[in-house]
Design a protein around this ligand. Structure first.
Ligand SMILES: [Zn+2]
Length: 461
């Protein structure tokens, strides 16, 4: 407004100056119909300037009348927004601090003040969850599905609820919807794989792994291992149904997907042995020993040569471990077989080397057996058993999430339901002491095994 007045004043000043400059000579005459205007050029210039100023003032007044109320409403809206975002912030802080009542109150306030359904829905759902009001939370999650910005979050909330209530069909459906929205998100991938695996939908699960690899959600190594794991589970299911040929084909596919995946090699070798195809079983064991030496492979190998003498079996074992004879499992297998063959010197050499390189309860139990067989020296046997009780526990199939031991590998942990969480590893002393005796024995699919006690301090068999 001030600028307009200044402009008008400037125009009048300029017009007056023009009049003063243009005085005195000359006249202007304008005729329009019967009307005739006669004036000097200076007066005409001043009249034009005044007319322009009047038009500008009218325009300014109209603009003020037109825009003024809108400005007022804009200011009011901004204030509501400011209060709304403050309520939202306070609500989120309350939710993070675990104060459901406060969170709910601020959620309602923010909802009334803001036109931001995604944000207020999120806070309302969090507050309802904190209060343990699953029904209300369910409603908020459902409402989130209608908004593109929150649909994914809503699916997650509903999925967690469905899993908690054990509604696996609904959980699978929700996981599939979430995967269609964002296949590259790790939790979606894990959830979908878990659901498909639990439902025994192996082909779908394999397809999910391929898609995850394509979207870069998992690396090639993880994808290969999961493919191998899923094919292994499929093979195991087929074996249980008595379809041995098909099970064997799947187990070999699993081996091909990941050569270092021990369970597939064990299953393939075991199935070949059951079908009387000893040489195929032996090839599978020899191939697997190169990538992942393991006591169960050794037991299977010895079972394949059960009809030979102990000395002959030792020779076979020497061939088996030739490529990685320094590995602790190779040394242990050589030592125990030498003990069977009563070749005390060889048994002592290998077991003492194993004790130096990778001391474990199992190595010292083996040394105790050797003392018993060779010398019968009670003091030496007691010393070895004492060392066994102090050494790191023997490895077992352990879940990385719940730390429970399983008798064999499986793609889903029987205890906590985690996906691909079971690994062959040495338990910590705390884990080992917590393991129940019967589940602490690591046996595999192929039986006639000697149990491998995982707890420290277990006496020799
Ligand atoms: Zn577990």
């Amino acid at each position: 407004m001030i600028r307009i007045i200044a402009f008008v004043v400037a125009v009048i000043v300029v017009a007056a100056a023009a009049t003063w400059i243009s005085e005195p000579p000359g006249r202007v005459e304008m005729a329009w119909g019967d009307y005739m205007v006669e004036t000097s050029p200076g007066v005409l210039a001043a009249a034009v300037a005044v007319a322009a100023a009047v038009v500008l003032v009218i325009a300014a007044v109209v603009r003020f009348v037109w825009i003024g109320p809108r400005r007022v409403s804009l200011a009011r809206r901004r204030r509501r927004e400011r209060l709304g975002y403050r309520a939202l912030t306070q609500g989120l802080v309350a939710a993070a601090a675990g104060d459901p009542k406060r969170a709910r109150r601020f959620a309602r306030r923010a909802d009334a003040l803001l036109e931001e359904p995604p944000l207020t829905l999120l806070l309302s759902a969090q507050a309802a969850q904190l209060e343990g009001d699953d029904h209300a939370a369910h409603g908020y999650f459902e409402a989130m599905l209608d908004q593109p910005a929150t649909a994914f979050l809503g699916l997650r909330g509903l999925l967690v609820q469905a899993e908690r209530t054990g509604d696996t069909a609904r959980a699978l459906e929700l996981a599939e919807r979430a995967f269609a929205l964002r296949p590259e998100t790790p939790w979606v991938l894990t959830a979908l794989l878990e659901m498909q695996t639990r439902a025994g939908r192996w082909s779908d699960a394999l397809g999910t792994v391929k898609q995850a690899l394509r979207h870069g959600a998992v690396g090639e190594d993880v994808a290969r291992r999961r493919q191998a794991g899923l094919l292994f589970e499929r093979a195991r299911a087929l074996r249980e149904q008595g379809e041995v040929r098909e099970a064997l084909r799947m187990a070999d596919e699993a081996r091909a997907a990941d050569k270092a995946f021990l369970p597939a090699a064990l299953l393939s070798a075991g199935l070949n042995k059951e079908s009387g195809r000893d040489s195929a079983a032996q090839r599978a064991v020899i191939e697997a020993w190169r990538h992942c030496p393991h006591p169960a492979l050794g037991r299977l190998f010895l079972a394949l040569h059960a009809d030979r003498s102990a000395a002959e079996r030792l020779k076979r074992v020497e061939t088996l471990v030739a490529e990685n004879s320094h590995h602790a499992e190779s040394l242990m297998l050589l030592a125990s077989q030498a003990l069977e063959a009563k070749q005390w010197g060889t048994a002592r050499q290998h077991s003492e080397r194993a004790a130096t390189e990778c001391p474990s309860a199992g190595v010292y139990r083996l040394l105790a057996r050797l003392e018993e067989a060779e010398t019968g020296d009670g003091e030496a046997i007691r010393r070895r058993l004492q060392q066994a009780s102090e050494a790191p526990p023997d490895p077992a199939w352990l879940c990385t999430r719940c730390a429970r031991a399983s008798p064999a590998w499986s793609i889903v942990c029987d205890s906590c339901g985690a996906f691909d969480s079971i690994e062959w590893r040495t338990p910590s002393r705390v884990e080992a002491s917590a393991l129940p005796q019967e589940s602490a024995t690591a046996t595999d699919d192929d039986e006639e095994e000697q149990p491998v006690p995982a707890a420290a301090g277990t006496a020799a068999e």
